[in-house]
Structures are given as structure tokens and as C-alpha cells.
Design a protein around this ligand. Structure first.
Ligand code: SAM
Length: 239
């Protein structure tokens, strides 16, 4: 599989992605604001509105990192389990939760490809800006389907490719040149941000990813593009 421009084994990719997020964890939230000009907050609001969590529902926020999605969903009274392969990211999230006085969240280290949860455990599964970092995406989608109850919903927020003429090229130039520089200046870590840009570029197009969701067994798969598809919300139902 590829890691940036290099071909590496699956285990090596998973290990390196781990290194990237351990390295960026402490600066992760600040960098999101800088890189997106604060827009990631609006995308996350829109995503959670679409998930429409309800009080008492069990929701798994996969690749939940420092908790941005989980904090928003917990406001509804839903019972959210935040899982991530990286304990450093979850550690930052737990600190943030304590500071904000957010309660009722469960934090658990998990690899999206091989979940420890029983079948039919959750009403909803969310994954935001996480799936492109997963080495074996079809396995992660099958696991999402397995741990959902019948009638459960799957939602994914991820960078994709804008289909607005010219916009994709402008974004490519911005991300290729500026994001690694911001990474260097703020987090003293150019290589990790180069990886993040590269992983966005390699992620499948909206229609291809929708087909992967269907292949994992989901029905009525949908996609809602934001900024022409620079960012996309994909969904699917387990019936
Ligand atoms: N969802 C959070 C947000 O929107 O701010 C965090 C997104 S962050 C860009 C991506 C997260 O995916 C990281 O915390 C990383 O550790 C996690 N991740 C990468 N590979 C994973 C895997 N195989 N299983 C679970 N989490 C994974």
C-alpha cells in the first residue's frame, strides 16, 4: 500500500500513520483551525446535524481523535463511545472533555479494521476525517456494518475531490505548498503534514467511495458534497 509516494507493507503504513498522529496530537486542534481557516467547525456542525443524534442512542464515533464530533453529538444526550487507534489523540480528547465539563463519553482505543464490539451494538457509526487514514478501508466499512443494529446509520465526513471547475487545482496548489509550511512553522513537523495532504489526494472520488459503502452491505448510500466535493458527507443504512 502507499504511504505518501512510498510503497510500504500494510503493517508499516498503520505504524507510520500512528507516528503521524502521535506527533500532531498536541497541535491537532490549532492546526485544523489554521489549515481550514476555521471552516472545519462548520463542516463538523453540518455533519452532526445530518447524523441527528438523539438522547439515549448508542453512537460509535470512530477515529474520533480529540473529540470534536463526539462533543457535538453528546449535547443531544446520546451515549457516545469515542474510539481511535491512537491513544495520544484520545488522551488530548479526554483532557479537553474534562476542561469543558463534557460527561457521558466513553473513550476506547480501537482499530477501525478489527473492532472489539459485539455485533449490533450501535444505533449510529460516525467517522470524520478518519477513513482515509485507515489501511484497509473495505474491512473498516464491513466492521462498521457489523457493529450497527438493524436500522442503524453510517455517516462519514471526509475530504474528497471538488468537481467545481478550477477549484480543485487551486486547492491542490494551496495544500501542496502551504499546508506543509504551516505544519513546519506551527508544529515543527513538515513530513506529517505532507502525508496528510498526500492522503487526501489519494482518497477515492465521491462516487467510488459510495460504491465501496454499498459493497460493505449498506443500503440507500448517499453523498452530500460540500464546496463541490472538496469535503463530502457519505451515508448508508443497515437494514
Ligand atoms: N475525527 C476527528 C476530527 O474530525 O477531528 C479526528 C480526525 S484525525 C484527522 C484522524 C484520526 O484517525 C486520528 O486520530 C488517527 O489516529 C485515526 N486513525 C487512523 N487510522 C485508524 C484506524 N485504523 N482505526 C482507528 N482510528 C484510526
Amino acid at each position: 500500500v502507499s504511504f505518501g509516494d512510498e510503497l510500504v507493507s500494510r503493517e508499516e503504513k498503520t505504524r507510520r500513520v500512528g507516528g503521524v498522529f502521535s506527533s500532531v496530537a498536541s497541535k491537532y486542534d490549532l492546526m485544523n483551525d489554521l489549515m481550514s481557516g476555521g471552516m472545519h467547525r462548520l463542516w463538523k456542525d453540518r455533519f452532526v446535524a445530518k447524523v441527528a443524534p438523539r438522547a439515549g442512542e448508542h453512537i460509535l464515533d470512530m477515529a474520533g481523535g480529540t473529540g470534536d464530533i463526539a462533543f457535538r453529538m453528546a449535547k443531544s444526550g446520546a451515549l457516545v463511545t469515542v474510539s481511535d487507534i491512537n491513544a495520544d489523540m484520545l488522551g488530548v480528547g479526554m483532557e479537553r472533555a474534562k476542561k469543558r465539563g463534557v460527561e457521558g463519553l466513553t473513550w476506547q482505543v480501537e482499530n477501525a479494521e478489527t473492532l472489539s464490539f459485539a455485533d449490533a451494538s450501535f444505533d449510529a457509526y460516525t467517522i470524520a476525517f478518519g477513513i482515509r487514514n485507515v489501511t484497509d478501508i473495505p474491512s473498516a466499512l464491513r466492521e462498521a456494518h457489523r457493529v450497527l443494529k438493524r436500522g442503524g446509520r453510517f455517516y462519514c465526513l471526509e475530504f474528497s475531490t471538488s468537481e467545481w471547475p478550477g477549484f480543485g487545482e487551486i486547492y491542490d496548489r494551496y495544500s501542496e505548498h502551504l499546508i506543509p509550511k504551516i505544519g513546519k512553522a506551527v508544529a515543527n513537523d513538515e513530513a506529517s503534514y505532507r502525508y496528510l495532504v498526500e492522503s487526501i489526494r489519494r482518497f477515492p472520488r465521491m462516487s467510488a467511495f459510495k460504491a465501496m459503502i454499498e459493497d460493505a452491505g449498506f443500503r440507500s448510500a448517499s453523498v452530500e458534497p460540500i464546496l463541490g466535493g472538496l469535503v463530502a458527507i457519505h451515508g448508508g443504512w443497515k437494514i
